[in-house]
Design a protein around this ligand. Sequence first.
Ligand code: IP8
Length: 252
Amino acid sequence: MSERILLKFGGSVITDKKTDCAINYEQLSFVASSITRAITGKGLVIIHGAGSCGHPEAKLYRLDNGAVAGQTEGVYITHRAVSRLNGAVVEAFREKGVPAVGVHPLHAAVADNGRLIAFEYRHLEKMLLLGMVPVIHGDVVMDLSRGACIVSGDQLVRYLAVALKIDRVGLATDVPGVLDGGRVVPEISQKMVPYLQIGNSMHTDVTGGMRGKIDELLGLADAGIGSDIFHVLRIGDFLAGVDHGGTKVKGR
Ligand code: IP8
């Protein structure tokens, strides 16, 4: 069977986080071109974050507190914002010949206390077998305890990389890797984390920025799957399996 790759790019890579839902079409087109050049013969799953299309809405409607009957507008508004971004990603990919199709976690997943407890993935398996490229995104998801919650793209990476038996996981960001005092940390493991000075996102981010990402990836490493964090301009290098100048999160 061909190699399976999961590529996630952050919302800050494809939106301008300073303005509400400002999609960066130029960057999206660059990402799409990098993927087109590299996907032949590979099974590819894409996950993207929300950036300015979802985080401001989730914050405004206090979805971190969940949702109660009669106050569910935020579920709809937040899902609508991030779905709009997902539609733009799928369109940009298809324009470059990538057989992308959007998949929304709100329709396929269930959470409890802010954590995913189920995500139907049999349809994703079938898509991969047919050579399709599912494009999934951080989303609002119904939550058994809280009513609703936000599930980040990074949490989805952790869950779906295991479920879909992914061979290589890559996260493209707007920085060259995990930075400690401005320098890229080439390799990261659980025991190093307390000693690193990891900055937090300056923009509206309800799901924890770089720190949240590292926590999810260390969890994934515990499950035996390593991952790579690199600058979006190095997507081509990651897909080609060559040095990307970023950070490796080591699996067992
Ligand atoms: O940008 C958040 O996903 P992330 C999803 O990957 C929403 O943290 C809807 C805010």
